[in-house]
Design a protein. Structure first.
Length: 125
């Protein structure tokens, strides 16, 4: 029988601050070796569901919860892959006589604190 966690009714101002304070006071020691066999089974299931352990120690553990179209901060993904995927989408839309709409966002201040001299030095060497 599946169990669905339910939050208690919020206070008049629709805040859960008292609940969050109680959660913060709880002792959260989730060590699978010291827990029940049921907990160990769930911990193993959740670990296998959300994490992908690489076979070699040199590879990083990556989340499996990101969509396959996410290219930033992913192993073996680059700007080239994103551009090629975009070009594939445009070409397939052209070949099937469909229109393509692209929206580009420029976030002001996203790169204000970069050290451009170190980047330039790294690129020139």
């Amino acid at each position: 029988m599946p169990v669905t966690p339910m939050l208690p009714q919020p206070t008049e101002d629709w805040s859960y601050s008292s609940l969050l304070e109680e959660i913060g006071k709880a002792n959260w020691t989730l060590n699978p070796t010291s827990q029940s066999p049921t907990f160990q089974l769930w911990a193993k299931y959740l670990r296998n569901y959300f994490w992908n352990d690489s076979t070699t120690t040199s590879e990083k553990i990556t989340f499996n919860i990101l969509p396959s179209t996410t290219y930033s901060f992913r192993t073996n993904r680059s700007t080239e892959n994103a551009i090629l995927d975009l070009l594939d989408t445009i070409n397939s839309a052209k070949s099937s006589n469909q229109q393509t709409l692209m929206i580009f966002l420029d976030i002001k201040g996203a790169f204000d604190h970069l050290q451009y001299t170190s980047i330039k030095t790294a690129l020139t060497s």
